[in-house]
Write a protein that binds this ligand. Sequence first.
Ligand code: SF4
Ligand code: SF4
Length: 654
Amino acid sequence: MSDLTGNTKTNSLKGGSTETDHSKKSTDPAVQQMLEKAAREGIQTVWDRYQAMRPLCRFGETGLCCRHCLQGPCRINPLGREPRVGICGATADVIVIRGLDRAIAAGAAGHSGHAKHLAHTLKKAAEGRAPDYLVKDKEKLHSVARRLGIVTDGRPENEIALDVARAALADFHEKDTPVTWVTSVLPPDRLEVFSRHGLVPAGIDHEIAEVMHRTSMGCDADASNLLLGGLRCALGDLAGCYMATDLSDILFGTPSPVVTECNLGVLKAGAVNVAVHGHNPVLSDIIVLVAKEMEAEARAAGAQGINVVGICCTGNEVLMRHGISPCTHSVSQEMAIITGALDALVVDYQCIQPAVATVAECLGTTVITTMDMAKITGTTHVDFSEETAVENARQILRLAIESFTRRRGKPVEIPAMKKKVFAGFSVEAILSALGRLDAGDPLKPLIDHLTAGNIRGVCLFAGCNNVKVPQDYNFITTARKLLEQDVLVLASGCSAGALMRHGFMDPASVEELCGGGLKAVLTAIGEANGLGGPLPPVLHVGSCVDNSRAAALAVALAGRLGVDLDRLPVVASAAEAMHEKAVSIGAWAVALGLPTHVGVMLPVSGGPLVHRILTEEVKGLTGGYFILEPDPESATEKLLEAINERRAGLGLHY
Ligand code: SF4
Ligand code: SF4
């Protein structure tokens, strides 16, 4: 059994790295420098814990273990020998797809929980119970309301906002009408495909609960039927993402282009450094505003001011709206602390490694949790609520200033590495930029370039870093080749983080990275918008929930071309996926009809039928399918093949 389960290695859990070639862990030189420091100082990082965990359990890796009842855990032999079924008789395929469905449900719970939080914030703001929030983008409020069928003419703003918030909250439970954040955002052709296959979600929470029900012991035992349940739940996830984007834009503003710098070099030795980490802008947006008014307090404590930086998706939210510099992402989050210069790490929820508490203890960073449902033992908790948002933000920043006074004078090591980032590409911003080429029909230039082959297709990069891949390697390898081949690249979440830290969001990189056709398009748009040069090679569309922006752009393109989404030369790639949320996003991309690459093996290889359904047969249902390919070179070829196939289907050649 040790070859299947087998952690036979003995690894100390104490102390730093024994692997000295840090380029095998991360391609980011700033991260490599911090790993060297961690090794010198005996600080354990995620890469050490990964080594200690290897070899990973083959049952889990292949999806062949089940703990859905107390008779188990059951494990199916991945080598085709006994046991071939669980104690209850569940087959390998049933066990595998039940596991995948539960990952989709967990991902949907994360994104939609984030959206629900924003809906409550908007409701409290509209009712006057959260005075620190207001409707920042009135136009977006009106357009979302109109899309939902809410009357706007002659009505006060807070009434409209209240109706939007109520409509959002109503989408969580089963009701007479299906989820409106699906039916109002997708075209009729796609909805017809969903109706035909029973994929229209009845309620977001309802679908999550139903996945938990149907995957419990003694329920659904048909792999294809289980997949349909998973896809319907994934469409609940799409609704959660889309809703989170809409409500964030209403409350905090719809992003427009911003320019700043990224990577660990944005930390400042003499300032109070505060990193906001997690996902929801409901607190981080307020911290950014309050930090400005507390500059004098920080200076009185001997600091050169307050330097707010971002990590992961809450970092993306404040980058997109305020130009706040991202300092690192995902798997390298501990590195910000290892600099010794981070005074406070303020976290909300999702993707926060609990290990930050231990690393922070070594380096003197104050880790501040803020959400009742996401506390970490050994850290400081400030009980955030929307009713007292500004006061909570002041309390948090005072803790950061105190932390700075304890750090002052101690040595820090901030890698002198930064890259320029040009971000802020909401759909509204993209259409506005295109409008400078054709004010009456902003999509026309994009369609014309797609048709002429100057743009071969579009790829959305999404998802996380994963410790199994040298950090960013898959992203930069795949993106580099696609850009060379004139594929327009959008990026969200930590994939955007990866690409920005390697210069893919600096307009100056267009010359080196882009094929001739794409370079001409990006230059024409940039010059028409007064930039005196091109847009950046990769367009940053926002956080993970903002994958909805890419979906909205695809819907607009499909509408303009008069085809359903599954005919577009548009693909998606989560080249270093880690979180269950990446699985649910991938599943809704497949449901929308997109060829969708995942660069870290999903735990489905133990179910041959499930593997075949996901990579081939689902195409017959939705037009989309998974490309499960860990090798980035092969993945790029497969993505280009998919784009070419779609182009040929539209009668376009490259
Ligand atoms: S549900 Fe079936 S396969 Fe899963 S643990 Fe129980 S008996 Fe085993
Ligand atoms: S991309 Fe992945 S790691 Fe990054 S914030 Fe999103 S879910 Fe977390």
